[in-house]
Design a binder for this molecule. Structure first.
Ligand SMILES: [Zn+2]
Length: 352
């Protein structure tokens, strides 16, 4: 397998030259035509949120975005309220945004310059113990679900909790998600939970927004063992843009490339994607929200870092420049930008 890390680590100077001054025609053309998939936005799920903030993706050349309508921190009724509000907003903004359920829908949206959106839910508390809720969520536009949000629930173990693995209820959920055509997402879950999920799933499994722990140690990051198991399912690992998961509150291009390069070296570039977890235009310091619930966001995991930085879609052109500098070829870069996640969806989003 080609080595990306060792090609680019001594080459930061030429990367800087590309990003700061002379963006090559190659990277400009490559990004302009690329199909871009962001597997997870980090917008706080709330019916009152003004979704015009989605312009931050549409205006940056992103074609498809998954936005979260709920997580285990809130109850299932609030998830349904958020779903109702977001669906309504998208229906009233049909000129620029569209709620999608298939890859064909995304293609139609792309041809008209619209941002295609579907939903994800972070944690199975949203089911309220009832597996039938999965098909309801699917019908309402949810196309990706995570099993736990940092803490344990009745389906799975969270990454900041005792590692209980996947429960029998969790196993039944995996099978039902496979049947319905919802992408199985391991981000935020504990080590053994993720290994159990990947063993149970008959479809490719993703970590929509998780970084390699070997590059930066954090309980939200994932071990080589998890990255390899994900690749074996045919899945994809989406690069998370939160500064505390990348380094010392660090979102430098070189740091992003280090995470990308590590995964590429370990399992190959076909398993790379983007899941920035990005929140644009937020007036409050997100560290304030994170430190308000130390059970879900323990302070020893640096969630109390003031002014947490956040890499988002505006950095994509610079990332493409950097990847060219690292020796990635065009099809590998297009894979990371969106084709790899599209491959997973093509194998997953089947009509039951
Ligand atoms: Zn998340």
């Amino acid at each position: 397998m080609a080595s990306y890390i060792f090609q680019y680590v001594p080459d930061f100077q030429s990367i800087n030259k590309l990003t700061n001054a002379t963006r090559s025609m190659r990277s400009e053309n490559l990004y302009a035509d690329a199909f871009v998939w962001d597997a997870h936005a980090g917008v706080f799920p709330d019916p009152a949120i003004d979704l015009s903030l989605l312009e931050s993706w549409r205006g940056r050349g992103v074609d498809y975005l998954s936005i979260n309508v709920g997580f285990d921190v809130m109850d299932w009724q609030q998830t349904l309220k958020t779903l109702a509000a977001y669906r309504q907003w998208l229906l009233t903004q049909a000129g620029d945004f569209v709620l999608v359920g298939t890859l064909e829908d995304i293609e139609h949206a792309r041809q008209k310059g619209k941002l295609a959106v579907s939903f994800d839910i972070e944690g199975m508390n949203a089911l309220n113990g009832d597996i039938n809720m999965l098909s309801l969520y699917h019908a309402l536009g949810v196309r990706q679900m995570l099993f736990a949000y940092n803490l344990n629930n009745e389906a799975a173990g969270g990454c900041h909790d005792t590692d209980i693995g996947l429960t029998d209820f969790g196993r039944a959920i995996v099978r039902e998600m496979n049947r319905l055509g919802i992408i199985v997402d391991c981000s935020h879950a504990s080590l053994h939970t993720t290994l159990d999920i990947m063993a149970e799933s008959s479809k490719p499994v993703v970590f929509s927004h998780s970084n390699p722990d070997s590059v930066w140690k954090h309980q939200r990051n994932i071990l080589d063992q998890q990255i390899k198991a994900c690749a074996q399912t045919g899945g994809v690992i989406g690069l998370n843009g939160l500064g505390i998961f990348l380094g010392e509150n660090d979102i430098k291009i070189q740091t992003l490339l280090k995470h990308i390069g590590y995964v590429a070296d370990l399992v190959g570039p076909k398993h790379l994607g983007i899941g920035f977890d990005y929140t644009p235009g937020v007036k409050v310091d997100i560290s304030v929200i994170l430190s308000s619930r130390p059970d879900y966001w323990p302070a020893d995991q640096r969630y109390d870092t003031p002014e947490i930085k956040h890499a988002g879609p505006s950095l994509l052109p610079a990332i493409v420049d950097g990847l060219i500098g690292c020796g990635f070829n065009d099809s590998e870069i297009l894979g990371l930008l969106g084709e790899n996640f599209r491959r997973v969806a093509s194998l997953t989003w089947v009509t039951p």
